[in-house]
Write a protein that binds this ligand. Structure first.
Ligand SMILES: [Zn+2]
Length: 360
């Protein structure tokens, strides 16, 4: 965290790879023989900054083709191929629309973006009775092959954008259902609490995206809380990566003294909260605190995390204000749990114990 902060994912762009990972990689000069980190970094930063510029210039601009929201639409997916061009060409060429068969010749990125955005839609529809990101059937727009070997995925505020990864540290970013679910959940957050992407409210924004992305994968694979791995992004790690994932909800670290990624900076207790200004005030860092509380709550309840625990968090997301702080989150989850399960019962006690374990 001592390296100079070079913003990559500020403001309207919500990236799965946080800026501190890019900073760490830039210092790993001893490993460039194996992976050309500096070339990778320069390219990733430059492309990410271009995407940021695009987003910053969008006030409000014309709607994207296929992104127009109507109250009558159900599941509607449009997948575009950005053809490795810069973000100025987003969304790119339409290659697969709702109901069309898989792309020919087979393009895994196109088909994964289609399948996983569909699973995410189904998760919200079936578990929370929510019709798409805006609750009103908004079409899900995804662009794949964004940039050249780009090691990132973004929610731009209007659509998803996926890089192909460099094939070394990261593989294509459509490969992970929890990454797709995370990024689309940023859309849901935008249309609900719209948490300000800075400091604690920003960490809550990242937290909800992590929780809802994780629950999308657990729901799809029908994995209960006790059996789940609780690892964010494990399916995008490339063959040269030593880290097993980007983040973990559990108490341990996703990576420790890693030659490429350094050490996972996420705290799992309030006393270790990051107070600096990097990463928009630690939005991808301090999210580790509520993430761990959610994990403790869900595993204490046993069964499937998307049921009681997931419903409590979704209820809370609908109630929070955009400037919510951690204590607002704790109080709001308390209210939603008491409303559904009563005060002092097993669910309420598990919630209180989970927050207490992380310092509240
Ligand atoms: Zn995010």
């Amino acid at each position: 965290m001592s390296s100079p902060f070079r913003p990559v994912c500020r403001h309207g762009l919500h990236c799965i790879i946080p800026p501190y990972l890019l900073d760490c990689l830039s210092n790993c000069t001893d490993v460039t023989a194996e992976v050309d980190i500096n070339a990778w970094l320069t390219k990733t930063r430059s492309q990410s900054n271009k995407l940021r510029s695009l987003r910053m210039g969008y006030h409000p601009g014309p709607p994207l083709p296929g992104a127009v929201s109507t109250a009558t639409q159900g599941k509607t997916r449009n997948i575009y191929d950005a053809q490795n061009l810069g973000s100025s060409r987003l969304p790119g060429k339409l290659v697969r629309s709702e109901g069309q068969p898989p792309a020919e010749p087979a393009d895994p990125a196109v088909n994964e973006a289609y399948d996983y955005s569909g699973i995410t839609y189904d998760f919200y529809a079936q578990v929370f009775s929510r019709n798409s990101l805006d609750g009103a059937g908004m079409a899900l727009v995804s662009s794949v092959h964004v940039g050249k070997n780009l090691n990132n995925a973004f929610w731009t505020g209007e659509q998803m954008a996926y890089g192909d990864g460099d094939g070394k540290l990261f593989t294509r970013f459509t490969k992970s259902l929890d990454v797709v679910g995370h990024e689309l959940s940023h859309g849901v957050i935008t249309y609900t609490a719209d948490l300000v992407y800075q400091n604690e409210s920003g960490a809550l924004n990242e937290h909800f995206a992590d929780v809802l992305g994780m629950l999308t994968r657990q729901w799809h694979t029908q994995t209960d809380a006790a059996s789940a791995d609780w690892l964010v992004g494990k399916d995008i790690m490339g063959p040269a990566a030593k880290a097993r994932s980007l983040r973990t909800f559990k108490a341990d670290k996703a990576y420790d003294n890693d030659p490429y990624f350094g050490t996972d900076p996420q705290p799992k207790h309030l006393r270790d909260q990051y107070k600096g200004t990097d990463d928009n005030g630690g939005v991808h860092i301090n999210s580790g605190i509520p993430n761990h509380a959610f994990y403790l709550f869900a595993t204490a309840l046993k069964g499937n995390a998307w049921e009681t625990a997931g419903q409590a968090w979704y209820d809370t997301l609908l109630q929070l204000k955009s400037d919510a702080q951690f204590t607002d989150m704790v109080q709001a989850t308390d209210r939603t749990v008491v409303a559904r399960h009563g005060s002092g019962g097993a669910v309420h006690q598990a919630l209180t114990a989970a927050w207490k374990a992380v310092g509240f």
